[in-house]
Design a protein around this ligand. Structure first.
Ligand SMILES: C[S@@+](CC[C@H](N)C(=O)[O-])C[C@H]1O[C@@H](n2cnc3c(N)ncnc32)[C@H](O)[C@@H]1O
Length: 200
């Protein structure tokens, strides 16, 4: 083999080898910055969210923006199955570790994804602790993609003019936390109390 050709071949092997080594050792890259910063729901709020969502063994519970996984882990402890979705790979790693420690990891799927594109169609309960803007962005997808009867529970933030069927205040330390419940209506019925979207 000609010497220049041999050198070129060696260079290609070295470069591709280095790339593989990097892939094997580095942590997964974040998809993009989260839309909402991480802040865990206090345990009293988690309990209330499960209660309002009437979570039981037959449920598939999604937490869109799951943080350390505490809501889905608590649901799995009640016998439900669940899906933890977070855009931050560190949060997903933490959720998985916490679920393993709690002995419920086999009943939970962990998705490092943007919740705005996650397939939520098999959920029976959807948990949210995001922002008013994110709830408003999600609202049309919740109404279009979730089955009628699916419960949606949100910590702190409401859904603008889609009125909740239940609102509860939970005290944790000196802070009062609102928790809201909606149920997906039958197809074509629309969101009760919801006029045309009024906010961007
Ligand atoms: C306020 S924390 C709520 C954590 C958890 N649900 C709880 O109540 O304890 C919001 C979480 O949403 C995640 N998040 C923000 N934007 C997201 C997006 N577009 N897709 C998926 N996760 C997102 C953040 O990384 C963070 O972990």
């Amino acid at each position: 083999m000609h010497t220049p050709l041999l050198y070129a071949l060696i260079a290609v092997i070295l470069v591709s080898g280095c790339g593989n080594a990097q892939q094997a050792t580095s942590a997964p890259a974040a998809l993009r910055a989260p839309d909402v910063r991480y802040e865990p729901s206090p345990p009293e709020v988690v309990e209330t969210m499960l209660k309002l969502g009437r979570v039981g063994p037959a449920d598939i519970v999604y937490d869109l923006g799951c943080g350390d996984g505490r809501i889905v882990i608590a649901a799995a402890r009640r016998g439900a199955t669940g899906v933890c979705v977070d855009i931050d790979p560190e949060r997903i790693a933490e959720s998985r570790k916490n679920a393993q420690a709690a002995g419920v990891a086999e009943r939970i799927r962990f998705l490092n994804q943007d919740l705005l594109t996650t397939d939520i169609s098999d959920a029976t309960v959807v948990m949210l602790f995001l922002s008013s803007a994110m709830n408003f962005k999600l609202r049309p997808r919740l109404l279009a993609e979730l089955k009628p009867g699916t419960r949606v529970v949100s910590h702190w933030h409401d859904m603008a003019d889609w009125k909740p069927e239940q609102s509860v205040v939970v005290r944790s330390g000196i802070t009062e936390h609102w928790v809201f419940l909606w149920t997906i209506p039958p197809r074509g019925a629309g969101a009760k109390g919801a006029a045309a979207p009024a906010r961007p």
